[in-house]
Design a protein around this ligand. Structure first.
Ligand SMILES: N[C@@H](CCC(=O)N[C@@H](CS)C(=O)NCC(=O)O)C(=O)O
Length: 117
């Protein structure tokens, strides 16, 4: 379900937590995550990390991502850094929200090839 994560008390209650994306407007790595979130129709809270002001080196942010890079996605207790890892996480968690990858495994392989080189 959209923007849902975690589980409730066992009574069927599902705790809704909005995804948070730490990002910066000119970061190309962040673009593709924002595009994927929008394709999938997932609501998220945008957390700006101003790379020009060095905010990626703030201790709070370094705790989240010791490599000091954006993007970082926070989904409840799950913290995912690196745009490709985030895309794959979103695809695994929300496979039916506008799939990012083709079903055909050969076409999928070509997509991976494009991303991993
Ligand atoms: N492989 C990482 C690379 C992340 C990366 O290099 N991010 C850049 C912005 S595109 C960054 O945060 N740089 C921080 C800096 O320049 O100090 C990914 O795809 O997310």
């Amino acid at each position: 379900m959209e923007g849902e994560s975690g589980s409730g008390s066992g009574s069927g209650e599902v705790k809704k937590q909005k995804l948070k994306l730490y990002s910066f407007w000119w970061s190309t790595c962040s673009f593709r995550v924002r595009i994927a979130l929008n394709f999938k129709g997932l609501k998220y809270e945008y957390k700006s990390v101003n790379l020009l002001k060095g905010e990626q080196l703030n201790p709070e942010f370094i705790k989240l991502n010791p490599s000091g890079n954006v993007p970082v996605l926070v989904d409840g207790d799950t913290v995912v850094a690196d745009s490709l890892a985030i895309l794959m996480y979103l695809e695994d968690k929300y496979p039916h929200h506008y799939p990012l990858l083709p079903q055909d495994i050969h076409k999928r392989a070509i997509n991976y090839q494009g991303q991993l080189t």
